[in-house]
Design a protein around this ligand. Structure first.
Ligand SMILES: [Zn+2]
Length: 421
């Protein structure tokens, strides 16, 4: 071979090496871009697929397989090169602990070198395990809030207000947790919250700025929200109207230290608490009254135990200074050491513009009498399942309501919104 030929082949070899290097660079740089895209997409799709209800219940991170695949494909389609054909294979997706294996192949990198076509099948394989720290979960707090309310079966109480009548009422972060009993916080007695809705025996509530579920039978609802077409004249807000009367007196006697005193703080002016089961019965009673053309007027419902005890002591002083025992009977007929009022399970109520056997809140024998008006009232209340009291025509209560609350908390502990006692 002539030396000139060697020179020719050296030039050809040089060109060939440059072409090969360009091809390799092209393939590897595309490949590394694809690799990082797939890695990012896998991570994002796994976070999308995290089951937050499961996390809140068990404290473990778990992903939803279908959600992961759906999110991965949607995200990959957005990022992929439109001229390239890809095959995506999910070689393994485990929900808990979250682990995914994805393989993506593309086969359009075909090169023709001096009539010899060569195709490069690029396969990217990703194996990923998801670990979430608290910051990541915090960023998804909104997703959790949506989840908390996702089981609302009834929204008729939405926007109404409630409060707990028992100590340490558990608040569940998700409806599912009401079955397992796993809770992370509890409601304080007397602290007002907003109701989002309900499902069976549970309310979804907004408590301290975040959503949770609570057992409604231990809760009071605001009667002003729940039964707005009754009238409310809560005398202990404007001035107590307790008086004593017996035959022969020209007019009822004030109770020194009690009559005229404001015993309820201003919260009571917008929120009249009654235990929910009691309020439901009362609502039926009110419907009967409305249908008969009567308007009911509410004078007292929940009464703090300290107010009951304070009033009882003032009456006891009258018993000591007047000979009331013979005229009125036992003081226990009027004030006990605890009352269904203290549990939010009793009401003092009358029919508007209709005269009963005695003034409301009068301690007298005539308060135990009846007339046509008191009988009509008794009819509305009894047919709704509320029990009358023989000694006071205007007082009705529900013993099952009281027993439910008392099974968890004593009257002396349920003591909010009391003043001047
Ligand atoms: Zn009463």
């Amino acid at each position: 071979m002539k030396e000139a030929y060697w020179g020719y082949w050296l030039v050809v070899l040089g060109i060939f090496v440059v072409v090969i290097m360009l091809l390799i660079q092209n393939v590897t740089s595309n490949n590394s871009e694809d690799y990082h895209t797939v890695k990012q997409i896998s991570e994002a799709a796994m976070i999308d697929a995290v089951d937050y209800a499961y996390y809140r219940e068990y404290g473990e991170v778990k992903i939803n397989k279908e959600k992961f695949v759906e999110s991965f494909l949607r995200r990959f389609a957005e990022a992929a090169n439109l001229t390239t054909e890809y095959t995506v294979t999910f070689t393994g997706v485990y929900e808990a602990p979250p682990k995914v294996s994805v393989e993506i192949t593309s086969n359009t990198n075909t090169y023709v070198i001096s009539s010899d076509s060569e195709s490069f099948d690029i396969a990217n394989r990703i194996d990923a395990i998801l670990e979430l720290n608290n910051r990541d979960l915090g960023n998804n707090a909104q997703a959790m809030a949506v989840n908390c309310n996702s089981n609302l079966a009834d929204t008729s109480l939405q926007g109404m207000h409630g409060l707990s009548m028992i100590t340490n009422a558990p608040i569940y972060d998700a409806f599912e947790n009401t079955r397992t009993g796993v809770s992370t916080r509890s409601a304080e007695i007397g602290k007002v919250f907003t109701i989002n809705g309900s499902n069976g025996d549970y309310w979804s509530i907004e408590y301290n700025g975040s959503c949770g579920w609570i057992e409604s039978k231990y809760m009071a609802i605001n009667l002003k929200d729940y039964i707005p077409n009754m009238e409310y004249n809560i005398t202990n807000l404007s001035g107590n109207t307790d008086r004593v009367y017996y035959d022969g007196l020209a007019a009822p006697l004030d109770v020194p230290g009690a009559t005229g005193v404001k015993f309820y703080s201003s919260e009571y002016s917008s929120f009249v608490p009654a235990v929910y089961s009691f309020a439901q019965k009362l609502k039926n009673a009110n419907t009967s009254a409305r249908n008969a053309g009567d308007t009911l007027v509410v004078y007292d419902v929940y009464r703090p135990n300290s107010v009951s005890l304070f009033e009882r002591d003032r009456i006891q002083e009258m018993y000591n200074s007047y000979p009331l025992q013979d005229r009125l009977g036992s003081i226990g007929n009027y004030y006990a050491s605890e009352s269904s009022h203290n549990y939010g399970c009793a009401i003092d109520i009358a029919i508007k513009n209709q005269t009963g056997p005695s003034p409301i809140n009068e301690m007298s024998l005539r308060a135990g009498n009846s007339n046509a008006v008191s009988n009509r009232l008794k009819g509305y209340m009894s047919s709704a399942g509320l029990s009358p009291y023989d000694g006071e025509w205007y007082h009705f209560s529900d013993s099952s309501c009281r027993n439910t609350i008392k099974s968890k908390t004593n009257a002396s502990q349920i003591n909010f919104w009391a003043i001047n006692v």
